[in-house]
Design a protein around this ligand. Structure first.
Ligand SMILES: Cc1cc2nc3c(=O)[nH]c(=O)nc-3n(C[C@H](O)[C@H](O)[C@H](O)COP(=O)(O)O)c2cc1C
Length: 392
């Protein structure tokens, strides 16, 4: 949310509260003029995040600068938007944090104007508004009524509840529209004999949540799934496999026909050298099973001639960052999402998770939340990185 210097800035505090109540993660940017109307402390307390005010601030740039803020946001709303800010945006100026952020943003931008009715009706303001609409920015309001200056007419900022509803009602842009996304999910089963197998604790929940999130983002989704107890998402093309070898075949044969591959399956690293044709009998006190390495699906996808944007997962019990960064470089991945496993209530088979996401020149923490919400954030991040790679 961006706040510019109008008297209606006090209403924005209520907007932050309402957005947070809906479950949104809110970061507030204020112009220098806005600081004269309301304290950043108010927004900091209500949003639970530091408030951003300066474009040229080395410390803020390290923490979350204007480009990162622009990438982070799913939506930007400017409330109140002054005549001055509208004029700046309509001409592509970028001389403060708010205007630079809007210029750098690829997400939908909403503008809630608030100004004196004469300022609103001025042809120059109306021209600026038309220009913003032509550039794809959505106007919310203004409303009509009594104004702070004592006049009556158009120019009142829309009520926070109305702005909140509009933001909520409009789906985020289907940012993967037309893209083909291949996702592998769940565990594999490596048979020992006709009745036994080696497997792992993966439930497939994260992979299935990613499939739903990618579908919601407009993608066409192929889901290669190991054995799980989950209902497949409607509209996904689901391919069921059991062993690591079957998963390898299913993924490799399809990967080049997809734009993005997300390897969220927990594929067995080793498989028994031989599957006994008959049930192994209980005989000796100890027995040995010889295992051989399975093929590395992620690394092979990343080496294909027409490789998709390749995203790996790292589930680690220790040294998360070291292992994740190691996998990113040795397997030549575009991105890796790492999470802790073997701890209570996170990772495998839990409803919640948190991720550390790494790519060649950046990283982002997605904090603990439900797997579907987390999947939506990861899909949004993947889509942004994918776009950047393909427009670079
Ligand atoms: C008391 C006061 C109230 C103001 N209210 C508004 C307003 O509601 N809308 C507006 O467009 N400008 C208003 N202004 C003028 C802006 O603050 C001024 O144009 C400023 O340069 C806007 O900067 P910004 O767009 O970077 O925030 C007001 C100015 C003052 C002193």
């Amino acid at each position: 949310m961006a706040v510019s210097g109008g008297i209606a800035a006090y209403k924005s505090a209520e907007l932050v509260r309402l957005l947070r109540k809906k479950g949104a993660d809110v970061r507030v940017v204020m112009t220098r003029s806005a600081l004269q109307f309301i304290s950043p402390l108010t927004f900091q307390a209500l949003s639970g995040n530091p408030v951003h005010t300066e474009l040229l601030d080395a410390e803020a740039e390290n923490a979350m600068g204007h480009i990162n803020l622009a990438r982070w946001a799913d939506k930007i709303v400017i409330a109140p938007a002054t005549a001055d800010t509208i004029a700046k945006l309509s001409h592509g100026l970028a001389d403060d944090l708010l205007s630079t952020l809007c210029l750098a943003a690829t997400c939908p931008v909403y503008v809630a104007p608030a100004m004196n009715q004469a300022m609103w009706h001025k042809p120059v303001t109306q021209d600026n508004v038309k220009r913003l609409i032509a550039y794809g920015i959505t106007m919310i309001g203004p409303g009509q009524g009594e104004q702070a200056c004592g006049e009556t007419g158009y120019g009142r900022m829309s009520e926070p509840a109305e702005i909140c509803e509009r933001l909520w009602a409009e789906p985020a842009a289907p940012y993967l529209h037309g893209r083909k996304v291949l996702i592998s999910a769940g565990p594999t089963r490596e048979p020992l004999d006709p009745v036994r197998y080696i497997t792992n604790r993966s439930s497939g929940k994260m992979g299935y949540a990613l499939a739903r999130a990618a579908l919601k983002a407009g993608a066409r989704v192929t889901l290669v799934s190991g054995p799980v107890a989950l209902a497949p998402p409607a509209n996904a093309d689901v391919i069921r496999v059991e062993t690591a070898a079957q998963m390898h075949e299913a993924v490799i044969s399809r990967a080049e026909a997809h734009d993005i591959y997300i390897g969220a399956a927990a594929v067995a690293d080793y498989t028994p050298v031989a599957v006994q044709p008959e049930k192994i009998k209980k005989q000796d006190e100890q027995t040995t099973i010889t295992l051989q390495k399975t093929r590395d699906i992620l690394a092979e996808v990343a080496q294909l001639a027409r490789r998709p944007f390749t995203v790996g997962f790292a589930a680690e019990t220790h040294d998360l960052e070291t292992y994740a960064l190691g996998k990113l470089t040795t397997k030549k991945l575009d991105m890796i999402a790492a999470n802790w496993v073997g701890r209570d209530h996170v990772g495998f088979d839990s409803e919640q998770n948190a991720l550390q996401v790494f790519w060649a020149d950046g990283r982002q923490t997605l904090s603990m939340t439900g797997k579907l919400h987390l999947a939506e954030q990861l899909i949004s991040l993947i889509a942004k990185r994918y776009d950047e790679k393909n427009t670079a």
